[in-house]
Ligand binder design. Sequence first.
Ligand SMILES: NC(=O)c1ccc[n+]([C@@H]2O[C@H](COP(=O)([O-])OP(=O)(O)OC[C@H]3O[C@@H](n4cnc5c(N)ncnc54)[C@H](O)[C@@H]3O)[C@@H](O)[C@H]2O)c1
Length: 358
Amino acid sequence: MNQFIYSTNIVSDLADFFSSVSDNTSYFIVSDENTHKYCVPLISKCVPGNYKNLVMGTGEFNKNLNTCNTLWKLLINGGADRKSLIINVGGGLVTDVGGFVAATYMRGIRFVNIPTSLLGMVDASAGGKTGIDIDFFKNMVGIFAFPETVLVAPEFLDTLPDKEWRNGIAEMLKHGLIADDNQWKELSSAVMKGNLFELSDEFKRIVIKHILASVKVKTDIVNKDPYEKHERKFLNFGHTIGHALETYSLRHNNQPLSHGEAIAIGMVCESYLSARLTGLDKNNVDEVSKTILSLFNHHPINKNSFQEVYLLMKSDKKAEKESISMALLKSIGHPVLFDGVQHELILEAFHFYNSLQG
Ligand SMILES: NC(=O)c1ccc[n+]([C@@H]2O[C@H](COP(=O)([O-])OP(=O)(O)OC[C@H]3O[C@@H](n4cnc5c(N)ncnc54)[C@H](O)[C@@H]3O)[C@@H](O)[C@H]2O)c1
């Protein structure tokens, strides 16, 4: 990412941004059905020249090659060339797919991300990972490509459903767990005092106050290791198990787990494994479990699915060789990479999560 803007006045910040873009640029705004309705109107009125709207369907089911094909064709039909600028307006779905489409169209054209979900703001929009799922295998095809600019404007969160706030909070909690003890303590205590059924305005204000700290955790790690050779793998805490659960759920459930729900369960299981393997204090495992159960309903993992979920973990792109590697915790704020997590221990972690009360 070349430029990061934290905006408290979108219209004026977008005007500044567009004044730096050359006059003969053509604009393509990529959004999904919701962000097209709620967020694009504010942005499109600031675009200085002609623009075209490319609107994709909502939900993880659309994070696939068909959607890319449609978007590439719309770019061709709309006359997009190498000087065009793609503006991705949406959550992680739009920035992952829109970024991938931009990075591959004519071997790569410029794009900017305007994340509109909390998860997009604190995580998905920055860091350069773009891509799509194949048969619900998460992010199996993709490319590292960095947006020219990321503009984070919390104002967009006004229309974000509570369920989506929770997904973003899960990634913020992860940032605290791997890098920032204070952020973890403040956010987890706010979550535990909160209400599982309705998020209060006061709670949302506390969350917004932590957005920048959360972005900093992500960008500091990405800047040190943009192509995930070492430190960046710490950001996968909760995701080795979480992605497998998400894929399983997308394949088998009518109402699949969201990304945030899946990685939240993953964080509980991987905290348990951290206590077994890398010295995390058991009290911290209790804290993580209580926090996650104050944020999300309990979704027991069906025993009949254990083996398939385990096999999905082995085929995850993060898996190396035959053994399963994971980012685990030595203590809060201190992650470590652990190679060779045993099958029996992973099943034990599933049982541990199942044993918690919703
Ligand atoms: N690239 C990365 O580094 C990275 C990191 C984390 C997650 N991800 C990916 O991000 C995706 C999840 O992102 P997400 O949780 O943002 O999901 P999402 O993009 O599907 O958005 C969630 C829902 O919120 C709606 N929405 C978004 N902004 C809104 C707004 N301001 N007002 C009203 N509705 C709004 C969307 O239309 C959608 O229905 C997953 O595919 C995940 O794999 C990528």
